[in-house]
Design a protein around this ligand. Structure first.
Ligand code: SF4
Length: 445
């Protein structure tokens, strides 16, 4: 756990000299605790205090970076539950490629993995890593597969091999791209740590229990490998969930450093639907990286959607830019609709307008990312804000009529809105699903 201001204060000189830019040491300590100041602003902190505060200032779960061209980061999480603050780093999804497959299949699969990317509510969501597995047991084949994957994909690589000789061959091909070395066990820790250290790549340690993992992580750190990812290995979903939860609790609440690393989980379910469930569980609960065989779009889109929802910052509504938007190629008789700039609302409405095939103007009003009813209740979606949006959009110059459509949920403001804007207000459907029919029937009429 992070230190409080008072705990930090105990380590400061307490002379209140003010050289740090704050009037007292206590004020400085409070700013340090809030991460609004840096310790080096105080020139009088003793070395002993520095090391105590530096250790305390380290994040409870270490930040690990994999890859260079499209780096993926995991760790630095600070809370058990999203509503306490936010989850900072979305779970990385790694899709497997086997080195036992023929070369052209390896290339095709790596290309498909790199292409698993979708646009949703204005954001790009996709797979983060390619996990190349040494199923063949042949170091040369493993290195060749990694090379092939790198030719077609820029995604960071997870190298999965239990044999240090195979890992060494693969690293010769890709160490500049800082892959994740996945496969160190108690038996291979020395050799794998040497490889990780020489290549400056992060390393996973695999163990049977949390105690084993903590011991391996401690040993790896002692051998000079600080960037560690914990791999609890294959076991039942319940047991895995219990262990990753307990580990996160120990890291965050007890500041237990040997478990202060992200987890990599390999989905073990053979049934494709159950595999999705397993991946989903560890997206929701504490997976740093989840490795899966799932490569079909119907499998990946729901998982990425789930991840997007879990890792959206609950403190910041996701919103689109407030402006005039065109759907299709609207003419001078095109309908004008207004909605809020809350992303989910906006994209649902835009999708329905698009589906109606009636080219339209759609104005997203600045409601600070609130949805229609919430914005109305919070007085962000008002006759005044809608009038302002209409005027700044310049839509009057683009159409010959003076009508616009408001969401049915705010029908109550239609009279006041007509007075405010001097335009005819049409009350649209309450639900976005009714927009298509509305535009094709009521608007046309
Ligand atoms: Fe205290 Fe150091 Fe700031 Fe001086 S510079 S007030 S000693 S924290």
């Amino acid at each position: 756990m992070a230190l409080t201001g008072l705990e930090i204060f105990k380590h400061l000189p307490k002379t209140n000299c003010g050289e740090c830019g704050f009037p007292t040491c206590l004020a400085f300590a409070m700013q340090l605790a809030a991460k609004k100041a840096a310790l080096d602003k105080c020139p009088y902190v003793s070395d002993e205090a520095k090391s105590a505060l530096d250790a305390a200032a380290a994040p409870p779960i270490r930040l690990i970076t994999v890859g260079v061209k499209k780096p993926f980061q995991t760790g630095n999480e600070t809370v058990m539950f999203r509503h306490e603050e936010t989850f900072h780093r979305p779970t990385g999804i790694a899709v497997t490629v086997s080195d036992a497959a023929p070369e052209d299949e390896i290339a095709a699969r790596a290309g498909r993995i790199a292409g698993l990317s979708f646009e949703r509510v204005g954001m790009q969501i996709g797979v983060n890593l390619t996990a190349v597995r040494n199923d063949s047991g042949d170091p040369a084949k493993f290195a060749a597969a990694v090379k092939k994957v790198m030719e077609v994909s820029q995604l960071p690589i997870v190298l999965t091999a239990g044999d240090p000789a195979a890992m060494e061959r693969a690293l010769e091909v890709c160490k500049e791209d800082k892959p994740l070395i996945h496969g160190a066990t108690a038996a291979t820790l020395d050799a794998m740590c040497a490889l990780a250290k020489a290549s400056s790549c992060p390393l996973t340690v695999s163990g049977g229990s949390l105690d084993d993992l903590a011991a391996l992580a401690r040993d790896a750190a002692a051998k000079g490998v600080q960037d560690v990812v914990l791999d609890p290995g294959p076991r039942g979903m319940n047991e895995l969930l219990r262990d990753v939860t307990q580990s996160r609790r120990l890291a965050l609440k007890k500041n237990y450093r040997p478990l202060g690393y992200p987890f990599i989980i390999t989905a073990a379910e053979s049934d494709p639907v159950m595999e999705m469930v397993e991946v989903g569980v560890f997206i929701a609960k504490y997976g740093g990286i989840v490795v899966t065989n799932a490569i079909e779009k119907w499998q990946m889109l729901p998982l990425l959607t789930l991840r997007q929802n879990v890792f959206t910052d609950p403190r910041k509504p996701i919103m689109v830019e407030p402006k005039l938007n065109k759907v299709g190629e609207p003419g001078r008789d095109a309908p004008v609709l207004v909605t809020t700039n809350f992303s989910l609302t906006y994209f649902v409405v835009e999708g329905e307008v698009e589906a109606s095939k009636v080219p339209s103007y759609l104005i997203s009003v600045d409601t600070e990312g609130l949805s229609v009813l919430t914005a109305w209740a919070a007085e962000k979606f008002t006759p005044e804000s809608i009038k302002k949006a209409l005027e700044s959009s310049g839509v009057s110059d683009l159409v010959d009529h003076k009508k616009f459509v408001i969401p049915g949920y705010v029908a109550v403001m239609s009279g006041e809105l007509e007075e405010e804007t001097g335009r005819e207000v049409l009350v649209g459907p309450r639900e976005a699903s009714g927009i298509s029919t509305y535009l094709k029937t009521v608007w046309k009429a």
